[in-house]
Write a protein that binds this ligand. Sequence first.
Ligand SMILES: Cc1ncc(COP(=O)(O)O)c(C=O)c1O
Length: 372
Amino acid sequence: MSSIFKKLAARKEEGIVRSLRANEGQVDFSSNDYLGMAANAVLASSIDQIYKHYFPQPINGSGGSRLLAGHFNFYEQVEKTLADFFETEAVLIFNSGYAANLALLSSLPQKGDTILMDEYIHASLKDGARLSFANKFSFRHNDLVDLENKLKKAEGEIYVVAESLYSMDGDFAPLEELQPLVSRYGAHLVIDEAHTTGIYGRGGRGFLNEKKIAAKVPFKIYTFGKAMGIHGACIAGSQELKDYLINFARPFIYTTAMPPHAFASVYAAFLYIQQHPEHKELLEQNIQHWNETVGQASGFSKNESPIQTYTYPGNDNIRALAQAVQAEGYDVRPILSPTVKEGTERLRICLHANNTPTQISILIQLITSFHE
Ligand SMILES: Cc1ncc(COP(=O)(O)O)c(C=O)c1O
């Protein structure tokens, strides 16, 4: 037995073993629920109303893959609504962002094609690429010179994969330069909008919409488990892309579809954010408050996004800091190496619409005073 689990034993020895921990009741500086929608009572009752309206007889589970019993007319209505919202021809909904990314990159690029990935992209995109028979290479984070060198050498259909907002550093991709570069080489751009869905762009349509280049990007992933406060994800693009994924994307075909209640949640959440811009405004104020309060203090990021960091090198150091802050009732999580490069161990601090400015100031004070 022990030889099977020796990697776990090694991790325990190094002090970097992962374990599950609920931090209920703490002030949330950790979740991706940037708008505070996950616990929003108005949204909760709207979800219930929509569910009961479209499914007067309860249907607890979908009962199968969407290609079999797990498909309903309402699911198509939700996809049509999202396609209109994202100003695209079609969207296909997946059970999670992980499944959507796995589906896209494992099914679209073929043997002889090339996938070029920003080195910091999410594990779900990397795993999708790993399942593909295409050639795959990374380029340095946000480095368009390195990308161009690789574009020159790439063969077959070329897919360039990036995120609009990176989840560990809170920085944006240079989309306005990236898109024309990719297009000059006749390559296809894949943009994961996981951390921007709901909080950037007109009515929360994402960062590509904010930069007015969404129509030029053929493959977009929007997730619902972060700022939208619910669950699931969609791939947005052409009707042909949707048809292709329904036919070839194994994480879509070989899994039980999300239940009706989850589709009702998607429908309700997108209605809700369009009617309630105040959460987005509060989040923007909190980002500004963070940036003003950290000022020139060292170690703190000053990002124009809800994802901030405090870098304090060393796994032991960052864990001790996180524990001290948690002991005061503030939920922040340490990000250890090798998840991030050695020497850049950090607290990942997510700001939310429902954090108060006072809570943000106290958090910064707790971190600063740890060193005194
Ligand atoms: C950039 C990015 N893409 C995709 C995902 C996966 O989305 P989901 O949590 O819906 O599976 C995540 C999750 O953290 C992410 O950060």
